[in-house]
Design a protein around this ligand. Sequence first.
Ligand code: ADP
Ligand code: MG
Length: 507
Amino acid sequence: MLLDRENSGDFLLARHRLAGAWFICMSTYVPVIGLEVHCQLKTHTKIFSPDPYLYGAPANTQAGPVTLGLPGVLPTLNEEVLRLAIMAGLALDCEIAEITKFDRKHYFYPDLPKGYQISQYDMPYAVNGAVRFLKKGQSEPVTIRVHRIHMEEDAGKLLHSQGGGDPVSYVDLNRAGVPLLEIVSEPDLRSSEDAYLYLQTLRNILRYIDVTDGNMEEGSLRCDANVSIRKGPDAPFGTRVEIKNLNSFKAVRAAIDYEIERQADVLDSGGKVIQSTVLWDADRRVTRLMRTKEDAEDYRYFPDPDLTPFHIDRKVVRDIEKNMPELPDAKRDRYMRDYNLPEYDATVLTREKEVAHYFESVCEICGDAKKASNWVKDEVLGVINKEDISIEHFKVTADRLGEMIRILNDGRITSRMAKQIFEHMYAEDMDPQDVIEKYDYKPVDASDLPAIVAKVIADNPDPVQKILNGNDRVKGFLVGQIMKATRGQAPPDEVNRVIDEKLKELQ
Ligand code: ADP
Ligand code: MG
C-alpha cells in the first residue's frame, strides 16, 4: 500500500495497523482476570447506624454520631443488611458461614472519619459461590467461581474543586456507613468479554432479588478489575494490576483491553509488569498509576472489638432460601417448558427481571408466546438497547404490544404493517388501534390483488420477459412493485401466489 505522507492521519492509521499486526505475531498471551464488585444494598438505613441514606441528598445531612465516629457511640449491625447479604450469597450459590465477624481495616483519608473501615477480613459471611453465563453460539455455560462475599461499610465522597482561587477539596460523609457487599471472583475470566458478561449476569441476579439498584453510573455497583497476562493457558499466572474507577460497563471492557495490550507491550519489550493499582481515565482511554501494591499488612486488620463474632442461624438461612424470588436460570427453564421457547429466546427474555415481566404481560394479552417472544427480543429490545431507555418507560407498553399482536393474529393487519404500526406507536406514543385508524391501515382485500398484479405485469414487459426466460430472481422486482402499489399492505404470501398464477397464464 502506498502511503500519502502528506496525510498524517492515514499515515498514523497505517502505523497503528502495522503495530497491531506486530502485536498479533509476537504475543500469544492469555489474559487472566478477576473482578472485585461492590454493590450497595437497598436498605433504608446504614449498616451500623439508624442514619438514613438517599442518593443526592444535600451534603453531610445524613451523617450522625456513629457515621462520624464520635466518642461514646457504638455500631450495631442492621439486621436487614444481613438478610439481604444472605439472599445475595444464596443467589450466587455460596455457602453461608456458621460464624462470621467484622474487622477494622485501617487507612488514613478524609473520606473515612473513624480512620478505619469496618469490613470482614478472614471470616467472610459467604464463600465458594458461582456465576454462570451462556456465551452466544455456545451450548454450555461458562462457570466463574465466586471466591467470597463480605459485608462492609462505604466511605464518604471527596469533591475537588479548582474553580477560581486556590484548589479546595470538600468532603461529603452522607455515603459513609452505607452497606456494601464486596463480591470477589476467582481469576477465572479470560477476556474483557467474559468480564462484561460476568458483571452483567451478576448485576441481573442481584437486581432480580432486589438487593441493589445495580446502577454503575450512580455508583451503587462498582467494579475493580484485576488483570494479568501469561504465556499460554497452562503457564503460571503473571503479575496482576488492579484497575479502579470503572464506572460503566463500557469502561470495564475498554480498560481491560487497554491493560492487556499495555502489559503485552511491557513484556515484549523485555520489561516486567509491576504489581500495582491503576486508575482508568475514561476521557483519555488510558490507565494511570495510582500506587504500587499495598499488602494486607498495610491495613493492620484486626477484629472489631465493638462488634463480636456471631452465629448465622441455619433456620434464618433456610427461611430466606424458602422465600427467595425466582432467579434468572429457573425462569429461563420455566419459559422453555411452559412457553415452549428455544433456549436462546428464553435466556434473552429472562436476563432482566423487567424484560421478563414485560414479556409475560404481552403473552397474557395476545396468547401467542412465540410471537410475543419474537417481538420483545427483536423489536422491543432492539429499540431499548439502541436508545438506552429502560423497558419500564418504553412507550410501547406491554398492553399496546399485546393488543397489536392480537390484531395481527386476527388477520386485520399484515406483519409488514405491524412493523410500521410498532414504529408509529413508539414515535407517537399511541395505541395500536389509534395508529391503524389515523394511517388507515387495512390489509388489501385479497379479491383486489389479481387486478393490481395484472397491472404491474402489463406495465413491466421487460422484467416479465426475463422471468419467463428463466431468470427467477427478477420476480423480487415485481413483488416490490406490487408492495409499492399497495403501500406495503398486501400479504406477501398471497402476492407471490397471485404472481405465479398470472405468469403461468402467460407461458
Ligand atoms: P487482595 O486484593 O486482597 O490482594 P486477592 O489477592 O485474593 O485479594 O485477589 C483479588 C482479586 O484479584 C480476585 O478477584 C482475584 O480473582 C484476582 N486475582 C488474583 N490473582 C490474579 C492474577 N494473577 N491475575 C488476575 N487476577 C488475579
Ligand atoms: Mg483487593
